[in-house]
Write a protein that binds this ligand. Structure first.
Ligand code: ACM
Length: 659
C-alpha cells in the first residue's frame, strides 16, 4: 500500500529515533537509551545524597512523598536513588542511570543533578508532578541510561506582571512549571506604563499610584473585531504588587529550582506610571497625560532623574541575586528629548551632537551609565533591541546583552559585534499570539499563529553569524505580554505547551531535534505532566495522528492513515473510531466528503457526512463503528477530501476510540 507522505513522516520516528519504551522525554536528552527492566519505588526507597545536594534531594523527596506517598528518607550513605557531584560532567549536565536495582544521578553541579532528577521524574507516572497522592499509579520507572547537557545557557520565559498582576502563588507555580522543562531564566517584566509591581521602599508612591490604575488603557483596545469581541476590558482591577518579602520568598523558591530571575526596570520609556508617581524625574516635570502603552513620557537625564534610576537599581539588586538585570530600553519615542533644552544641552556636553542619531546615542549613554553602575556589583546589563538602534552598536558597554525582538538579523549583527544575544523575535517567540488558527482561541495581540512547531524549528544560529558571533548566542526566550491575559489561566494557556518547544530548542542540539513531527508526538504525551502541574495548557492532538499538507492535497488522492497500534488496542474495548480533522494553518481549509474505515483493505465502516476543517470548523468529527466480531487489526482510515479555497492548508487528524 502506498502511504501518503505525511502519514509516513508522522509514523516513522516512533521506532526510528529511540527504543519504543523510552518515556517521552522533553527536552530530548543528548543521549538516551532504554534498557531491560524497571525500577520500582517502594516504602524502603531512600535518597542518598551528600550535604551539598540537600536541596536537590529534598526536591525529589518531596515529589515522591507527595505523589507516591512513600517516606523517601534522605540519607548520607546507602543504596536507592543516589545523587552525586561529578566534576568530569559539564556544569549543567548529568548522567542518569536507572536500573531495576537502583538509580544513579551524577551531575557536574547541583543544577546538573537537578536536571537529572527532572529526567528521572519523567520516567515515572505524570502524577509525580502533581500535588495529590496518586496511589493507583504504577510507581516504577523504565530502566534507561541518559547522558545529557544543555545546548545554551539561557533558556528563558519573560513574564509581564505589569500589564496584569499575577498573585504570588501563581509565580511559584510558574517557576515549578519552568523547572520541569529545564528552563532556567525567568525574565520578570515588573514595571511598565500600566503598573509598577515591585515595592521600592524609597519611592512608595510607585505602587500606591498603581493601585488606582486600570489594568490597561482604553486606547489599547485592538480594532480587529475578533479581538474586540473577546477583549475583556475591565475584567479585573489593575492594582497589585509584590512586597520585598514576597520577592525574597519567590527568589529563594526559584533558586532552589535553579531558575534565575532577571528583573526588568525599564527606562527611559514605558514609564508612565513611574512618572505619574514622581513627575519630578520626567523630562517635562509634568504628570503624564497620554494614556497609551507606548507613552511619549520619558525619564529625564538631569541629576535627580539619574539618582532615581540608581536608587531603583540599588533596591532591585538587593533583592535579586542573579548576575543579570534588564533595563528595558524599547519603544522610547524621542519627541520629548528632542524638544527639551536641558536634554539637548546634555547631548552637547557629552559630545554626541555629531552622531547620526543624537537622542539614540544619549539613550546608549544612559544605558552605559547604569550598566557601569550595576557592574560594580557584578551584574551584566540587558536591553531590548532598540538599545543598538541608531548606530549604537559599538557605543554600548562591552558585555551588555541584547534581546532582538524586531529582527533576527539584528541579533546576528549584535552577536558578531561582541554582545551577548538572547533570541526573542516576535515570530515565533511572542506568546501573545495565536498558537493555532482557531477563533475559539483566546485573543492575541500579535496574530500568528506562532506554533510550538515554529518555535521548535527556529534556527538559533543564522547564517550571518561569524564563528565568534556564534559563541555570543546565549539562547532564546519566549515572551508573555499580558495586555490580553487578565487571568493566570490565560497566561498558562498561552505559555504551554509552547514553552516546552522553547525548552527543547535551547536544550537539545540542532542535529538531535531535526524531527519536529517526532517532538510533537512526545509533546502530546508530555501533556499529562502539564496537567499534573496544574496548568491550563493547550492539548496537542493525541499521537500518532496524521494530517494533510499542500503537497498531499495537490496530489488529489484520498488520505490514507494507518490506525496506530495504541488506538487499535483501545478499539478492542471501545469499538468506535473517532477521527477529528484539525486545521492548523494555511489557506482556507479542508472539505471532507466521506471517511471510510478499512480492515485488511476492505471497507468495514463509512461516515459519509460533509465536513469542513478550517478556522470555523463544521462537522469535522467522523465516527466509524467497528462491526461486531471485527478484530481491530490492519486498520486504515481513508478520507475523501479536497483543499478548500487556495487548497494550501495544513492540519492533522486525531484518531481515538470511543464507545
Ligand atoms: C517589546 O515588545 N516592546 C520589547
Amino acid at each position: 500500500m502506498r502511504l501518503p507522505l505525511l502519514a509516513l513522516a508522522a509514523l516513522a520516528p516512533f521506532g526510528a529515533l529511540f527504543a519504543a519504551d523510552l518515556p517521552a522525554l522533553i527536552p530530548l536528552p543528548a543521549k538516551a537509551e532504554a534498557i531491560e527492566g524497571r525500577f520500582k519505588l517502594t516504602a524502603d526507597t531512600a535518597i542518598v545524597a551528600p550535604g551539598e545536594l540537600a536541596n536537590e534531594a529534598g526536591y525529589l523527596a518531596q515529589r515522591l512523598r507527595t505523589a507516591a506517598g512513600i517516606p523517601a528518607p534522605v540519607n548520607a550513605t546507602g543504596a536507592g536513588i543516589v545523587l552525586a557531584l561529578d566534576k568530569s560532567i559539564p556544569a549543567e549536565g548529568y548522567a542518569l542511570e536507572v536500573t531495576p536495582a537502583g538509580v544513579s544521578i551524577r551531575g557536574g553541579s547541583p543544577a546538573g543533578v537537578f536536571y537529572g532528577v527532572q529526567t528521572f521524574l519523567q520516567a515515572l507516572p505524570a502524577a509525580v508532578y502533581g500535588s495529590d497522592l496518586a496511589p493507583k499509579a504504577d510507581w516504577s520507572a523504565q530502566a534507561m541510561k541518559v547522558q545529557d547537557a544543555p545546548l545554551t545557557p539561557w533558556r528563558g520565559l519573560m513574564l509581564d506582571s505589569a500589564r496584569h498582576f499575577q498573585p504570588k502563588p501563581f509565580i511559584l507555580k510558574f517557576i515549578d512549571a519552568m523547572a520541569a522543562q529545564k528552563l532556567n531564566k525567568l525574565h520578570w517584566h515588573l514595571v511598565d506604563s500600566e503598573g509598577w509591581r515591585l515595592e521600592i521602599k524609597k519611592y512608595p508612591k510607585l505602587t500606591e499610584v498603581t493601585k488606582d490604575a486600570p489594568a490597561y488603557y482604553p486606547e489599547e483596545i485592538p480594532t480587529n473585531p475578533t479581538f474586540r469581541a473577546k477583549y475583556r476590558y475591565g475584567y479585573n482591577h489593575g492594582g497589585g504588587h509584590y512586597t520585598q518579602d514576597d520577592i525574597r520568598e519567590i527568589v529563594a523558591y526559584a533558586k532552589a529550582r535553579h531558575v534565575d530571575i532577571i528583573p526588568e526596570i525599564e527606562f527611559p520609556g514605558h514609564a508612565k506610571i513611574a512618572l505619574t508617581a514622581y513627575p519630578e524625574f520626567s523630562t517635562t516635570r509634568k504628570v503624564p497625560e497620554v494614556r497609551t502603552n507606548i507613552s511619549p513620557d520619558l525619564i529625564g537625564v538631569h541629576p535627580e532623574a539619574l539618582r532615581f534610576i540608581r536608587d531603583l537599581l540599588d533596591e532591585t539588586m538587593d533583592l535579586f541575586p542573579g548576575d543579570h538585570i534588564h533595563f528595558g530600553g524599547d519603544e522610547a519615542p524621542k519627541g520629548q528629548w528632542k524638544q527639551s533644552k536641558e536634554v539637548q544641552a546634555k547631548i552637547d556636553e557629552l559630545g554626541l551632537r555629531s552622531s547620526s542619531h543624537p537622542e539614540d546615542a544619549l539613550q546608549a549613554w544612559l544605558f552605559n551609565e547604569m550598566a557601569a553602575y550595576v557592574a560594580k556589583r557584578g551584574k551584566r546589563a540587558v536591553g531590548w533591541e532598540e538599545i543598538m538602534h541608531g548606530d549604537n552598536l559599538g557605543r554600548l558597554a562591552k558585555g551588555s546583552v541584547i534581546m532582538p525582538w524586531l529582527s533576527v538579523k539584528n541579533g546576528a549583527v549584535s552577536a558578531n559585534s561582541g554582545y551577548g544575544v538572547v533570541h526573542t523575535a516576535v515570530s515565533p517567540f511572542y506568546l501573545d499570539s495565536y498558537q493555532v488558527r482557531d477563533d475559539r482561541e483566546p485573543s492575541a495581540l500579535y496574530g500568528g499563529p506562532f506554533t510550538a512547531e515554529s518555535i521548535h524549528r527556529f534556527n538559533l544560529f543564522p547564517g550571518e553569524l561569524t564563528p565568534e558571533g556564534r559563541k555570543n548566542i546565549l539562547g532564546a526566550q519566549c515572551q508573555l505580554w499580558t495586555e490580553l491575559m487578565p487571568r493566570t489561566d490565560d497566561v498558562e494557556y498561552q505559555a504551554f505547551p509552547r514553552a516546552c518547544a522553547l525548552a527543547e530548542l535551547t536544550w537539545t542540539a540542532p542535529d538531535r531535534r531535526k524531527d519536529t513531527g517526532e517532538f510533537m508526538a512526545r509533546l502530546a504525551k508530555h501533556g499529562d505532566r502539564l496537567t499534573a502541574l496544574g496548568l491550563n495548557h493547550r492539548r496537542v492532538a493525541p499521537p500518532p495522528g496524521a494530517g494533510w499538507s499542500p503537497v498531499l492535497l495537490a496530489a488529489g488522492r484520498p488520505m490514507e492513515i494507518p490506525v496506530p497500534a495504541a488506538v487499535a488496542a483501545k478499539l478492542a474495548k471501545n469499538p468506535t473510531l473517532t477521527a477529528t480533522f484539525n486545521y492548523k494553518e494555511g489557506g482556507a481549509g479542508l472539505d471532507i466528503a466521506s471517511v471510510e474505515l478499512l480492515a485488511d483493505g476492505k471497507v468495514v465502516a463509512t461516515d459519509k457526512h460533509a465536513g469542513f476543517a478550517g478556522t470555523h470548523p463544521r462537522d469535522n468529527v467522523y465516527r466509524l463503528a467497528l462491526p461486531k466480531g471485527q478484530k481491530p487489526e490492519k486498520l486504515v482510515l481513508r478520507a475523501t477530501v479536497k483543499g478548500s479555497g487556495g487548497g494550501d492548508s495544513t492540519g492533522e487528524v486525531a484518531l481515538d476510540a470511543s464507545k
